[in-house]
Design a protein around this ligand. Sequence first.
Ligand SMILES: NC(=O)c1ccc[n+]([C@@H]2O[C@H](COP(=O)([O-])OP(=O)(O)OC[C@H]3O[C@@H](n4cnc5c(N)ncnc54)[C@H](OP(=O)(O)O)[C@@H]3O)[C@@H](O)[C@H]2O)c1
Length: 332
Amino acid sequence: MGSSLVEYWKQRDAVVGGRCLPTANSRVSFAAADRNLDDAARAYSSITPFDILLFPQYTGYVTSKPAVTFRDQYGPWAVIAGASEGTGSAFAHSLARRGLSCVLVAWAGPLAEVAEEIRTQYGVECVTANIDLSATDAFDRILDATGGREIGLYVANAGSDRFGSRYLDHDVEDWLGLLAMNVSTTMRACHHFGRQMRARRRGGLLIVNSGACYGGGSFLATYTGCKGFLLNFAEGLWSELRPYGVDVLTMVLSMTRTPMFLRLLTEKGVPEPAGLASPMDVVEQALERLPHGPVHNWGLADDEGGYAVTSAAGRRARVLAIDASSKRIYGD
Ligand SMILES: NC(=O)c1ccc[n+]([C@@H]2O[C@H](COP(=O)([O-])OP(=O)(O)OC[C@H]3O[C@@H](n4cnc5c(N)ncnc54)[C@H](OP(=O)(O)O)[C@@H]3O)[C@@H](O)[C@H]2O)c1
């Protein structure tokens, strides 16, 4: 029965282009690999009593309430930290197209333009806030900007190193600002919004990362330190929140054609390398992989290591093993 059950869900995969996974809290979570949660939800609603007779072990799942649409799982509002350009504005467009209203945060970039575009193109609501994400009060200001709205998705996007210097040759205060933007502000946001999501038993935390998370190198000491933290942090959160239906993903980017990266190349007098990823492609892949977590490496298959040293599947297996071992000490 076990293997025929697998076959059954594989067939369903073929129908909806997605995957239907039973989660630990006994609800059906539709992780649609083709970004089409609505189709997955329709497939769910087509499950018949006959299916339940055939596969009684699924009764517990199919009779409880599934997460249905993308907006149901991650809406009604998303916060995007670093939303004025590049992957940040691509997130705003992709999420608004999926029906989410957006709180857009950036320091000085053209937020009003992005907001106007998404209001007109997708008819969603949009709020903007100019906040320095590296400041100590950044999270309090984000919270003010959300004004009590229900946040179903937090995207920690901003996090590049604008300094491009050796550690000792640059002001330590700037390094601490980079640390605060990547680490402290993200931790505070995940703590606050994550608690609300856990209570609602749905939602998502999406942390934009870099291949730099896999190890250090010169000119990158603080940056790789921050990104390595985010990798491990996201894996821990994924383990803790998966029983509650809250999805956590750290999306690991390689070189991407963002305005920030192009400015850095110009500053350093380096020609644009071939094969840069497009911000919109990266964002679509991140949203597609969000239900799977905890890691996705841009452009690589789930079980492929490539530039990432360890594949996403390898990291997931490791996290699950550590999780099982921690539970023996700390309990469930
Ligand atoms: N581009 C790449 O090749 C690449 C490669 C690997 C990983 N990544 C990762 O991808 C993410 C996005 O990178 P990116 O290249 O687009 O550059 P980024 O500077 O990290 O992100 C740009 C966005 O963040 C905002 N931002 C930057 N500093 C801010 C601050 N202190 N306070 C508030 N907003 C701030 C910018 O708005 P303002 O203009 O208003 O400051 C803009 O909206 C980062 O986490 C980065 O580490 C990028």
